[in-house]
Design a protein around this ligand. Structure first.
Ligand code: GLN
Length: 551
């Protein structure tokens, strides 16, 4: 049955970036879902890039791939993890994507000779996309996160679209401002003025927030709650305290302490629905948070990668889904994951340093591109293979494992991927035949092997055991593939093909004979891991890591 009166909640950020709009949006979605509503979430990003696929991970963070093959913002991953549902391409838009559509339509004479203008045509296209996303998931409530911070030039057209929607259907649209309340250390007092200013900036574009979520290190007190309500023309009950918590999965619980879902249901003129609260996602999350907080024993995982450093800071954002997937699986076993970042370029500078890997219960190499740090990763894999350390290789992590085995176990000197060495004596990893044209013509945006592909699993392998299925589907994002011509030689050196794409006969998964857990996958299983549904491959990996630790 389709929703007659779909409702829309816009989430905008104030004061500064990184106030947690993404997690707030996902958490709002989850608490409303727990009240029996169908919910979907949308991300509107202000940049001109048509998608996140062409951006450097240290610049933008992880590129999250959807089931239908879109390269999106990492917040879409948060929505999927919190809502425990797939979010599709239509739920992600950027300024570039919106303009591209309008300009293309103008070229096709679809505006029938009218002068096409920034306003109203751009906001109209934004609204069209929001409605399409709502219809696709038949959502009762659609939560739209507007990227950027209020007051900047970049996201103004998204806010104008929101204003237009509110103007047409005042009862069906609500606004949430996620703001930050600093406690300057020399004062020791929480300050509300920046948030008041953020609300004024929203007012300037014709918007009044219905809720302000107050992010802060310390809980908001009543004095400041009253002050904000008074100066922002709001109901005190709609000023929501949201002090820092240990885990993002505590945020929905925190919101419900303030009865946010009930207040939103009322604000949107919705009738509360009957639900079995014992079975609601929120209840399950509460149980999980208990497990997380009670976990005492640890499992120590090393992640060998390269997209960590920005200036003096270490940025784990580039691998957020991998980190979350490791956490989900560790929590499943009641363990606290201890994740350590290892820079593969350190091993290139000093190959002896690779011995530090012996201190880990398991090592993971995530996806990657290009030549920087690759030889360091190959050194790490050799050490892991020979010292029987549990290994999970994701995408590049699988390709490099195949190269390592080729070079050092199958005696194929000069084995490489053509991504780095076009004239390799033994091209173990080659261009996917469908990709040749894209590379030649420099068509890089949105042209990789993207989205969900089938993988049929080989009986008797780790993969077949942990998935407990013959045919699975996983999300992909890569241009290169295993070269089938080398399979026999690799097999003679202990390589096992454990998963194959039946349609294109491509190697999807590999493992190693006589090794406790050495598994590589061409896909990105991290995108399918959810807190309440950990991924089988991560479970298998963590299980093996725990076994090593207990030995
Ligand atoms: N660079 C490799 C490829 O394009 C691996 C990509 C990845 O790890 N996501 O095939």
């Amino acid at each position: 049955m389709s929703t007659k009166h779909p409702k829309f909640i816009f989430v905008v950020g104030g004061v500064m970036s990184s106030v947690g709009k993404g997690v707030s949006t996902a958490s709002i979605g989850m608490i409303l879902q727990s009240r029996g509503f169908r919910v979907t979430a949308i991300k509107a990003d202000p940049y001109i890039n048509v998608d996140a696929g062409t951006m450097n991970p240290t610049e933008h963070g992880e590129v999250f791939v959807t089931e239908d093959g879109d390269e999106t913002d990492q917040d879409i991953g948060n929505y999927e993890r919190f809502l425990n549902e797939n979010i599709y391409s239509i739920n992600y838009m950027t300024t570039g994507r919106v303009y591209l559509e309008v300009i293309q339509r103008e070229r096709n004479l679809a505006y029938k000779g009218k002068c096409v203008e920034v306003v109203p045509h751009i906001p109209q296209e934004i609204i069209r996309r929001i409605k399409l996303a709502q219809q696709k998931s038949d959502a009762d409530i659609t939560v739209i996160e507007v990227g950027g911070t209020v007051g900047e030039y970049q996201n103004i057209l998204f806010l104008e679209a929101a204003r237009m929607m509110k103007n047409t259907n005042p009862d069906d649209v609500a606004f949430v401002l996620v703001s930050y309340l600093p406690v300057p250390s020399n004062l020791g007092e929480m300050k509300t003025k920046p948030t008041q200013h953020a609300v004024r900036l929203l007012n300037e574009v014709g918007l009044q927030p219905n809720f302000v979520i107050c992010r802060s290190e310390k809980p908001l007190d009543n004095v400041r709650r009253r002050k904000l309500a008074e100066f922002c023309s709001m109901d005190e009950g709609h000023i929501i305290a949201a002090q820092d918590v240990k885990h993002i999965y505590e945020v929905p619980i925190l919101f419900e302490k303030e009865q946010l879902s009930s207040k939103m249901i009322k604000q949107l003129h919705l009738k509360p629905r009957k639900v079995d609260t014992q079975k609601s996602p929120l209840k399950q999350l509460q149980k999980l948070v208990k497990t997380i907080n009670n976990a005492k024993k640890t499992v120590r995982i090393g992640i060998v990668g390269k997209y960590f450093r920005t200036g003096e800071f270490v940025l784990a954002d580039s691998y957020i889904s991998v980190i979350e997937a490791l956490k989900h699986a560790s929590w499943h076993f009641g363990r606290k994951p201890e994740l350590v970042w290892l820079d593969s370029e350190d091993y290139e500078r000093d190959p002896k340093q690779v011995k530090e890997l012996a201190e880990f219960d398991g090592v993971l190499i995530p996806g990657g591109f290009g030549s920087r740090g690759v030889e360091g990763k190959i050194l790490a894999i050799e050490y892991i293979r020979k010292h029987r350390i549990p290994y999970l290789g994701i995408c590049y992590g699988m390709q490099l494992a195949a190269i390592e085995i080729a070079r050092n176990a199958a005696d194929l000197k000069g084995a490489h991927t053509v991504e780095i060495d076009e004239h390799s004596a033994h091209p173990i990893i080659v261009v996917n035949p469908n990709q040749k044209k894209n590379i030649l013509e420099e068509h890089y945006g949105g042209t990789m092997r993207l989205g969900a592909y089938d993988c049929s699993l080989v009986p008797g392998t780790h993969a077949r055991r942990v998935y407990a299925k013959n045919l699975v589907s996983e999300r992909h994002r890569h241009r290169y593939e295993m070269n089938n011509e080398y399979i026999t030689q690799l097999e003679n050196a202990g390589f096992i093909v454990s998963g194959v794409n039946p349609q294109q006969n491509l190697v999807e998964m590999m493992e190693l004979k006589d090794h406790p857990w050495f598994v590589g996958t061409q896909s990105h299983p991290e995108f399918l891991s959810r807190p309440l549904r950990p991924h089988p491959l991560f479970l298998g990996f963590i299980e093996a890591a725990i076994k090593r630790k207990e030995k």
